[in-house]
Design a protein around this ligand. Sequence first.
Ligand SMILES: [Zn+2]
Ligand SMILES: [Zn+2]
Ligand SMILES: [Zn+2]
Ligand SMILES: [Zn+2]
Length: 429
Amino acid sequence: MRGCFSGSGRVFCKGACTVKTKKLLAIVLAAVMAIAAVPAIVFAADGPELQIKSLPDTVKAGQQYEFTVGAANCGDLTGKMVKGTFTYDTSMVEKLEYYETAGDAGWMELKGNEFGPAGTGFPLMDLTSRFRVTFKEAVDDYSFAVQIVAIDGGAVLAQTTASIDVVPSHTHTAQYVAAEDATCTDDGNTAYWYCTGCGKYFSDEALTVEIEPEATVIAKLGHNAVKTEPKDATCTEDGNIAYWYCDRCGKYFSDEALTVEIEPEAIVITKLGHNAVKTEPKDATCTEDGNIAYWYCDQCGKYFSDEALTVEIEPEATVITKLGHNAVKVEAKEPTATEDGNTAYWYCEQCGKYFSDEALTVEIALEDTILPATGETETPTEPETPTGEDGTQTPADEQPDTGDSALPMFAGLAAVSGLALLALRRRRK
Ligand SMILES: [Zn+2]
Ligand SMILES: [Zn+2]
Ligand SMILES: [Zn+2]
Ligand SMILES: [Zn+2]
């Protein structure tokens, strides 16, 4: 401020000048002469005037406003050593600066209320000095005064006051943020209003209750996961790997730490499908079971009666039980001189086998049953023996073998009746 308010001019200053009067801006200029200091000019008609200029009636908090303080009409007081004093509430001012012309110092922050050299002061002159001010946010109406005070005696030579209306830097632009529930992995929040202009949070729509951003947060819940044990797939049912499922968010994880999320499909081990092999049908025999055609899966051990494997059957249902022999006994027959005889035997017409016992346990060949003819030809009844073309022997042939030649007639009768029996038997076969 050195050099400001200094210069040549008239010596006499007196009275007060109101530069501007409005509702919110009033500038009062007052000059008080100190009789002891400047006795000759105490009641001079004119005196130095101070003017605050360029400051709007209404200013916004947080913004920088430049204004000037001009001294004029210094007259005979020109050159008198003075100091300048700002009177203001520092708690409402963010920053007050002055422009220092000396040494091209530029804008300097005003520390304390006084400007100009504290001890010697500066010479008063008609001059305009530049200032700038930034008000704090919470300030409403505000006024401050500027005085020019004489160094010798401290008399106030000139004074002016400015009253201004300080409004907030902006009107809150509130955005409503709806409440949102917390999830397993994401924080939720309470309902709140947020001003995009100043970045403040409010809990009420009227924006009267400011809150901290943290107060809106509802902490995330974390997963509520339960493990499912692994299960092998079968022919007809899917299996699964071991996995963890959170019933709160419906997510699946492959690890207990729940760090590897997987798709639900990824837990499935697809069913294998049957590995069925067909067994061809086989007829039952006298001694061995047969079977129907069937399909057997060696994975699950199941039996099916159809190739599509849709009709499952019991293993027993594939079996065709063995038939058992259907044997007929052939009675024993003595050989004759010319005809073979045979032992008693059993013949099964189903399997064509011969057995020597009724229990059908001793299988024999047909040849084993033959009793060869005796080869003796002396028999009177021979011509009468009606041996058939099939070589069937008659009991009459046996008669000569007995050596009982004393009963030829009886033997002949017996031969006839024996022939009749054989004929009957043959027809039955
Ligand atoms: Zn705001
Ligand atoms: Zn979860
Ligand atoms: Zn199977
Ligand atoms: Zn048989």
